[in-house]
Design a protein around this ligand. Sequence first.
Ligand code: LMR
Length: 328
Amino acid sequence: FLKAACIAAVAFVPSIAAAACEEGEVVVKFAHVTNSDKHPKGIAASLLEKRVNEEMNGKMCMEVFPNSTLYDDNKVLEAMLQGDVQLAAPSLSKFEKFTKQFRIFDLPFMFNDMNAVNAYQASDAGQAMLDSMQKRGLQGLAYWHNGMKQMSASKPLLLPTDANGLKFRVQSSDVLVAQMEAIGGSPQKMKFAEVYGALQTGVVDGQENTWSNIYGKKFFEVQDGITETNHGIIDYLLVASVDWLDGLDAEVRDQFLSIVGEVTEARNSEAYAVNQGAKQSVIDAGGTVRELTAEQRAAWVEAMKPVWTKFEGDVGADNIEAAQKINM
Ligand code: LMR
């Protein structure tokens, strides 16, 4: 492995001047798709990069590639298995080719808030999911929080029937396809980097995302408004390949994983505030935000919740029950 790390380091230096990796350092390329600032994942990735480069100088060298500049989320996991990238944090919605277990996080209205998501992930069932893709070569290191999803479209959305006949962009998740079909929409899986253009040109009429993504990628500029539905979540898995982790020197791996743990704790507790800040930034920039009455929200719940039954076999009725208990 050491030989491979040296070769990687030498090959890495000329193309990425800013990283200034030294020979013998383990090179860690971390690819993700969001902004690097005003975003829970972007901030966490930058903090991880800073701490690794300061505290593990001489042993490890990290370079973060935000904004889909290296890989989009649909390619990054295959690139990781080939050793072209060492770290990624795709949303839990984007692991369907590797496991169906994460589908619980996409089911609409499954979790009341991010505290419930956090508690579920901390449970034995949630922690076991980190190891669920080992046979496929992937190891979950930590859950990184973003936040609750909101709905936006080219017209006001106050009742689910307002979504009838609209084309919605979704992440690459069959649960989200079913969710949009449940409200009479026509869903289209699409890369994150293509959403703004698709909304602008009318390839799709609407989308769902967190405040930090809606603000960071300026979706509000090309939508009539955003409805605060809080109907689902976007959360991430910080992931590496089993082979890469196994190949690390034990002491290097331990130090790296302990920094990962500290960064996760520090940034997850700030994710809510980052999203609230992004919501305010959308309003300040002239975006329209609509709130739902209790009756209107109940109509969204009623329309979307039948989706649970369809995926119960994938996620387990016992897990759904455990998640619901946490909400109480
Ligand atoms: C999306 O594709 O909308 C999100 O998964 C992007 C992200 O990483 O938050």
